[in-house]
Design a protein around this ligand. Sequence first.
Ligand SMILES: [Zn+2]
Ligand SMILES: [Zn+2]
Length: 254
Amino acid sequence: MRIKVLGCSGGVGPGLRTTGLLVDEEILIDAGTGVGDLSLAQMGRITDVLLTHSHLDHVCGLAFMADNLFGLIERPLHVHATRETLKTLQEHLFNWRLWPDFSRLPDPEHPLLVFHTLEPGVTKRLGDIKVTPFEVLHTVPAVGYVVDSGEGVFAFSGDTYADDRLWTFLNQQPRIDRLMIEIAFPDEDAELGRLSKHFTPGLLGRELTKLRHRPKLFLTHHKPGTERAIEQQCLGALAGWDYSHLKRGDIILS
Ligand SMILES: [Zn+2]
Ligand SMILES: [Zn+2]
């Protein structure tokens, strides 16, 4: 399995894109602003989109991608998310006011977007890949994903804060080879992290002691301007872990 990082920043700026992972060219996990770097042909190859939650930095690319693909592809684009996330998208984004309802266009029998409800803990097979959503703690209902290619197991936390459900679920898995997990703020903004339900380096380091696996860590979602402080603080907070700060364009093989 080849995972291309289209974006993994906590915001936008020169060279920065928000969360999107392209798995084997056909599956998109989250649809942040990184989707805008794909060509029409690359967008047209995507068959399934998995969303972690409804926040704009993770879904805005889906709106523009649907608009780009309208009239270009013969088959629908399958969008998978929890019931709560789909409800938010339908009520607040694809509602004709903010953006057209592409789940009813060009006509309700042959829509461009088809929404599928994911149940946390229930595995879905997409081609050769098995994906299992698991609940995490954020300011809105949110999930992470365990993605099993048969050769390796990759886990992605999505946006999350300290919560035992995250570690309990990961500890139940037979193996976790790679874990992509967020750190949005430096330690001095721990209170902001608590309110907005995002990790800081010190908190993540303490929480990771609950994980029985020893995966390679890919750190993401740093807010623009905080990258250097977070990198410095991770040297102490994550000492002993094999980790890297993920960047747009990186490839993860799993
Ligand atoms: Zn979020
Ligand atoms: Zn986010």
